[in-house]
Design a protein around this ligand. Structure first.
Ligand code: HEC
Ligand code: HEC
Ligand code: HEC
Ligand code: HEC
Ligand code: HEC
Length: 180
């Protein structure tokens, strides 16, 4: 069965269906502050295992779910409402889908943990849209998410990583391009 992803999601109109429950970085404990100092990013524990690979195999496009990636700074994480466009009918008897449905029934967003991101003290400003316009692939910065079960942080977003490509592509390496 091939699912018409574009059709299904387009049906909800131009209003982006984005989650606002995404974890944002802030020091919540001394341990966390120490991790920031050493700039380590522990592997996030997701509330449920969302399989990217399964959805891409069913012909979903990255932009079906990360709707704002071509237009603005953030890619956007889909709201549970967007999941239910399909999962009110698809695979409803599977345990993981029952969990998704339960969030939706309670009117609660799934509390996804961030995989990528900068700590506030790095003062980095990132913007997706100019990269997508310049035809930089998602995979250049996120690895082969299309073949991942759960999204993992496989690319280290260090300053060298950004600056090297900017040098190659003649993009600005002015400090204020990336820092505030
Ligand atoms: C059916 C919806 C859907 C599609 C299609 C989809 N994603 Fe996702 N993506 C999600 C959800 C939900 C999350 C949050 C859960 C997670 O991080 O495992 C996520 C998380 C991510 C993250 C981690 C974000 C962060 O920093 O927390 C990246 C990177 C990502 N997706 C890239 C992609 C790429 C690249 C594609 C296309 C190859 C894609 N996604 C297709 C729904 C989707
Ligand atoms: C356009 C349709 C569509 C959308 C939107 C969609 N999915 Fe799916 N999803 C599928 C299909 C098709 C499968 C494969 C079902 C199967 O194997 O029976 C699937 C499989 C899954 C599975 C694996 C179930 C299992 O145990 O095998 C999970 C978990 C899942 N989806 C979660 C989500 C979440 C969370 C969202 C919202 C971020 C979402 N899906 C959005 C179509 C969709
Ligand atoms: C030039 C590198 C680069 C490219 C290309 C890129 N990303 Fe990202 N992405 C990042 C960085 C850096 C972050 C963390 C930004 C932050 O937290 O400020 C991020 C964060 C994300 C997130 C989580 C936060 C958010 O913005 O919603 C998702 C989802 C995501 N990217 C998806 C994608 C998808 C899908 C594509 C391709 C259409 C893509 N990215 C292309 C570098 C990139
Ligand atoms: C694989 C190549 C590549 C990587 C990696 C990359 N960039 Fe870029 N970046 C570009 C290109 C190409 C442009 C577009 C330049 C243009 O529009 O003229 C750009 C543009 C930008 C812009 C907008 C500049 C402007 O003048 O509007 C910002 C901000 C930016 N990048 C930040 C980052 C940060 C931060 C990172 C690292 C997390 C990063 N980039 C990694 C290629 C890359
Ligand atoms: C193309 C994007 C880009 C440009 C241009 C850039 N930086 Fe960075 N910078 C980054 C990123 C990404 C990081 C790493 C953030 C992280 O590791 O979390 C970083 C980290 C840093 C840090 C370390 C901050 C910390 O985490 O403790 C300093 C200091 C810094 N940059 C200064 C500069 C200065 C000075 C310039 C101009 C000469 C500059 N940067 C230009 C992207 C950039």
């Amino acid at each position: 069965m091939v699912i018409a992803f574009a059709l299904g999601l387009a049906a909800c109109g131009s209003q982006p269906q984005l989650s606002d429950a995404v974890f944002t970085t802030a020091h919540r404990s001394p341990g966390e502050a120490a991790r920031h100092f050493f700039n380590s990013h522990p592997r996030p524990q997701q509330p449920l295992a969302f399989p990217h690979k399964t959805h891409i195999e069913k012909k979903a496009e990255c932009t079906d779910c990360h709707e704002t990636v071509e237009r603005g700074p953030v890619a956007g994480i889909p709201s549970v409402k967007a999941c239910m466009i399909c999962h009110s009918q698809i695979a409803t008897s599977k345990p993981l889908i029952k969990e998704v449905t339960s969030y939706s029934d309670r009117g609660i967003e799934i509390p996804w943990q961030r995989v990528y991101g900068f700590y506030p003290e790095s003062h980095v400003r990132f913007n997706h849209a100019p990269h997508i316009r310049a035809k930089v692939d998602c995979a250049a910065c996120h690895g082969d998410v299309a073949n991942m079960t759960v999204a993992e942080r496989v690319v280290d977003h260090t300053m060298g990583f950004c600056v090297n490509c900017h040098k190659q592509k003649n993009a600005s390496n002015d400090c204020l391009t990336c820092h505030f």
